[in-house]
Design a protein around this ligand. Structure first.
Ligand code: COA
Length: 140
């Protein structure tokens, strides 16, 4: 990482930190309860801190065998363009490589908004013809 000295933590990201960081880049943060459950069921999470303040996070969900899905890659705006995003993704791919079945190819996927595609392309990701389909399922 260039010109910033941060602390890294593995699998310690909290719901409060998640929401705090989310709100620096997006509106409509999910509830603490949803985030707490999501983090509990996440395979691997990595987070970076500047003097105990959360500045970056990413996590990966999946089945450990065939599929991994990268979620919630965020670098606080003041810390962007310093190589932190690249480090987040490298940490996740290291986790996948260290835990996968030797000799296999593992599908690692994510959903990128168009203006972030060049960032992921620089890190080796490609796009294909598949379209994302989704449903917001109301829970009563
Ligand atoms: C996307 C994001 C994680 C990138 O983090 P970052 O720390 O700024 O990225 P890095 O500094 O590690 O950049 C790595 C490389 O990608 C390039 N890059 C970063 N963002 C880019 C963008 N939006 N468009 C084109 N290139 C980009 C950098 O210039 C750098 O290139 P280099 O190695 O040739 O110098 C960050 O902008 C962010 O958190 N954005 C808001 C949340 C978000 O949209 N997350 C992604 C959801 S799809």
């Amino acid at each position: 990482m260039r010109s910033v000295d941060l602390t890294v933590k593995y699998n310690e990201l909290t719901a409060d930190e998640f929401v705090t960081l989310w709100e620096t880049v997006w509106d409509g943060a999910p509830s603490r309860e949803q985030v707490r459950l999501a983090l509990e069921h996440t395979l691997f999470r990595v987070s970076f801190y500047d003097d105990n303040n959360i500045v970056a996070m990413a996590r990966v969900i999946g089945d450990m065998g065939l599929n991994y899905y990268i979620k919630d890659v965020v670098v606080r705006p003041e810390y962007q363009k310093k190589g932190i995003g690249r480090t987040l993704i490298n940490e996740i791919t290291r986790f996948v490589k260290e835990n996968g079945v030797i000799g296999t190819e593992i599908f690692v996927e994510l959903c990128a908004v168009p203006d972030k595609m060049p960032f992921y392309e620089k890190l080796g990701f490609k796009s294909n013809q598949a379209q994302r389909m989704f449903l917001y399922q109301r829970v009563e």
